[in-house]
Design a protein around this ligand. Structure first.
Ligand SMILES: N[C@@H](CCC(=O)N[C@@H](CS)C(=O)NCC(=O)O)C(=O)O
Length: 205
């Protein structure tokens, strides 16, 4: 399999960390692509009409995207403990955490458009501030709701990769006043899956 990837994408890293966690990384060739809605990448559009990474390419089968679906697919390919619980509250708990992590990454990207990516004259500070409120509210929610002691699931992978990216891009910090969240993240960041997938690079718009 091939993974259309980006070394500075929280979503792409989430899919790759998931692959490491379930032992499938050796079967995946990682192919870096730069993507931006202002710079069309034909090779990515050829596989995903949204023009976004990650995309998982499978021999003789249709491409799979987005990161949520790639993780769900990878979880069907191994015989170990599933990282997406099959049923019960555990399933909804893990998927809900994944949803918060996705929303955090989405909000972080939106903040970057309103601070560094969009030409200065086109930036809209109230929109930036609205997205910053989503980060702060989610950090506070996570400080209380995060299941720091349960076995690793897809929500944890999504959250750790998203928090690492928010820090990498120097977006508002999740650490101040949130010791549970910060301690959990620092521990998760030591996992081999995280160490094997460092963030690097700049966005090209
Ligand atoms: N919901 C998607 C989001 C993917 C995404 O936004 N990827 C970014 C890279 S961080 C991208 O390729 N953006 C290009 C664009 O927006 O055109 C996922 O979870 O995979």
């Amino acid at each position: 399999m091939k993974l259309l990837y980006q070394t500075h994408s929280p979503y792409a890293r989430k899919a790759l960390v998931f692959a490491h966690e379930v032992g499938l990384a050796p079967q995946i060739e990682v192919v870096h692509h730069e993507t931006s809605p202002t710079r069309r990448n034909e090779q990515v559009f050829a596989e995903n009409p949204l023009g976004k990474v990650p995309v998982l390419l499978r021999p003789g089968l249709p491409p799979i995207f987005d990161s949520d679906v790639i993780c769900a697919y990878l979880d069907t390919l191994h015989s170990g403990r599933k990282l997406i619980p099959a049923e019960g509250e555990a399933r909804w708990h893990a998927l809900r955490l994944q949803a918060v992590a996705q929303g955090l990454a989405d909000a972080g990207i939106a903040i970057r458009w309103e601070t560094v990516r969009r030409p200065e004259a086109l930036r809209y500070p109230p929109l930036r501030d609205g997205y910053i409120q989503k980060l702060i509210a989610s950090y506070d929610w996570l400080e209380h709701e995060l299941d720091v002691d349960s076995t690793v699931h897809v929500g944890h992978v999504a959250l750790a990769t998203c928090l690492a990216w928010l820090e990498f891009r120097e977006l508002p910090s999740f650490r101040e006043g949130r010791p549970r969240l910060a301690t959990w993240f620092d521990e998760f960041a030591k996992r081999p899956s995280m160490r094997a997938t460092p963030l690097s690079g700049e966005t090209h718009d």
